[in-house]
Design a protein around this ligand. Structure first.
Ligand code: PLP
Length: 449
């Protein structure tokens, strides 16, 4: 590896993608690395042993986990490997310290974690919550969404996005996606605005940043709130920078996963920050015990025990982001020919991505996609998945039928019928990834007619 001096490294997705390109070209710069807590493990590697970032280097950060044998099935997301053994030890030690102190719900770890998170994301205010779902409800309430309002959002998301809108007494208005990002299309949002619209709620689906600057311009012109569902997008450049608030999730299956459900609201707006903090805890004034400032609030602050674990694991965040981006690029290079001959559509390796999920679109459509998924499972023991099995407007509850029976979202439906998600998690080994790549190629060959 050759080294040269580069400008500062913040650990956001833009700097991570640049680093992946450099390591793959064997040109790693000597970075001036921001020492924010989230960057600690990655900046140590950059400072001490850049070779560790290369999969072939000794002590590589891609070292294969010894708990696997060569022919084992490749799970989509193995629960026993959400963390490395080292990370498991750190989580247990941090949890144990809090148990010994008895500071399980309130305590000093919460504020420390909020400060570290705000520093990493370069936002002035962070309120850590008991889940991403709660963070969404709190953020929507903090920007003024309430009973009878409409909130414009996409239909291809986890149910938490729409549930947060319903929980505020508001109604989701579903709008189609743009053809490149597969996130809320600003041009269509504009046509869906009515006198009842109160906010826009884009989702950074699979970790790809929605067009928030474009949506912010529309929100400003129409006097609407703008809340980002960034639950899949920690570390993506721009999160929290152009909106009223962004909601994050740290449940154990997320890029930055903790030992229980957790999340955060981050915002540039001091008033939104104050109201989010009050709403997260019973409407109380944070400075005066059990004294209300808001009529109502939730019991939705992060636990001190979870915040303590978060402080222990935060130093690994950008190292894991680097691993994910590197694995995504490796998939893209190995699957290039499927894209070239038009049998698959691959995601672009853009720097506004956290690579929470890696989706391949099977051009031939739903039946071929399902056949490929079945063959990968039965012939090669490779597990894939589909996010999300049922789109919001196709859910079959009386409420959904009443509101969405006549909703048509052609592009959302087309993408959803073709997408197949390949394993991509913090601890996917290179040999597992090779198995996925071979199985996918074989399945495409077997199902081609
Ligand atoms: C897009 C999206 N929004 C919201 C959530 C809700 O987060 P949580 O599970 O932390 O409540 C999730 C994750 O589950 C998600 O993927």
């Amino acid at each position: 590896m050759t080294t040269f001096l580069n400008d500062s490294f913040t650990g956001d997705s833009t700097s991570i993608h640049r680093l992946v390109g450099e390591v793959r070209r064997h040109e790693v710069p000597v970075y001036r690395c921001s020492r924010s807590l989230a960057n600690r493990a990655l900046s140590d590697s950059l400072a001490e042993d850049v070779g560790r970032l290369d999969p072939s280097g000794p002590d590589s950060v891609f070292a294969v986990d010894p708990r696997r044998a060569a022919g084992d099935p490749v799970p989509f997301l193995p629960k026993s490997r959400l963390w490395t053994r080292d990370e498991q030890r750190i989580a247990v030690e941090h949890f144990a310290r809090v148990v010994a102190d008895g500071e399980l719900t309130s305590g000093s770890a919460i504020g420390e974690f909020e400060d570290a998170l705000a520093e990493f994301l370069a936002v002035p205010h962070a309120v850590a919550t008991s889940s991403g779902t709660d963070a969404l409800i709190i953020a929507l309430r903090a920007v003024g969404v309430s009973h009878g309002d409409e909130v414009i959002m996409p239909a291809n998301s986890f149910a938490a996005t729409e549930n947060a809108v319903w929980a505020c007494g508001a109604t989701p208005v579903l709008v189609d996606i743009d053809p490149v990002r597969h996130t809320l299309d600003p041009a269509l949002v504009e046509t869906a605005i009515t006198p009842r619209t109160r906010a826009i709620l884009p989702v950074h689906l699979y970790g790809r940043f929605a067009d928030v600057p474009g949506l912010a311009e529309i929100a400003r012109r129409h006097g609407l709130g703008l809340v980002e569902d960034a639950c899949q997008a920690i570390g993506v450049t721009g999160v929290g920078q152009h909106s009223d608030a962004a909601a994050l999730s740290f449940n154990p299956y997320k890029n930055f996963g903790l030992t229980g459900k957790a999340g955060a609201v981050v915002t540039r707006d001091a008033e939104v920050g104050v109201s989010a903090r009050r709403f997260a805890y019973h409407g109380f004034d944070p400075e005066r015990k059990n004294v209300k400032e808001d009529a109502f609030g939730l019991n939705a602050k992060i636990d001190n025990s979870t915040a303590a674990v978060a402080l222990g694991l935060l130093p690994r965040l950008t190292l894991n982001s680097y691993r994910r981006a590197f694995l995504a690029k490796r998939y893209l290079d190995a699957l290039e020919e499927l894209a070239a001959d038009g049998t698959a559509v691959l995601p672009a390796f853009t720097p506004d991505h956290a690579w929470h999920l890696f989706g391949v679109q099977v051009a031939a459509g739903r039946e071929a996609r399902d056949a490929i998924q079945a063959r990968m499972r039965t012939a090669d023991a490779v597990e894939t998945d589909i996010y999300y099995p049922v789109l919001t407007h196709r859910q079959q509850t009386p409420l959904h039928r009443k509101h969405f029976a006549h909703v048509a979202l052609p592009l959302t439906e087309q993408v959803h019928a073709r997408v197949l998600h390949l394993p991509l998690h913090n601890n996917l080994s290179l040999s597992e990834q090779d198995r996925v790549i071979e199985a996918l190629h074989a399945a495409f060959r077997a199902t081609a007619h």
